[in-house]
Write a protein of this length. Structure first.
Length: 104
């Protein structure tokens, strides 16, 4: 029961923090251009951190070169070519699956 209460309190606290940002910055206020540019980069930075973690670490150990890295190279090439997130993710998933089926 204690873990449930801790998670519930964390969820409520997180929600209130998010709500406070909307309440404080909402309405007719406009963010400065520097803040707007920085906020536009939060999503890509979070995605890069997730991808880097998946490519470099396997649990707490360094990941050896293999299917993960080759699929990332394929996805990077498709991203530079097509400039589409959906096509890039699909190409990476297909490449990863094919490499796993090939035994890498």
């Amino acid at each position: 029961m204690t873990a449930f209460l801790v998670f519930t309190a964390a969820a409520v606290g997180t929600y209130l923090i998010r709500l406070s940002g909307v309440a404080l910055l909402g309405g007719d206020r406009e963010l400065p251009p520097g803040v707007t540019r920085a906020l536009a980069l939060v999503g890509p930075a979070a995605m890069a951190a997730i991808v880097a973690n998946a490519l470099l670490l396997d649990g707490t150990e360094w990941r050896g070169f293999g299917a993960w890295h080759l699929a990332a190279v394929v996805a990077t090439g498709v991203a530079l070519w097509k400039r589409s997130m959906g096509v890039t993710v699909a190409a990476g998933v297909v490449a990863f699956g094919a490499l796993l089926l090939a035994g890498l």
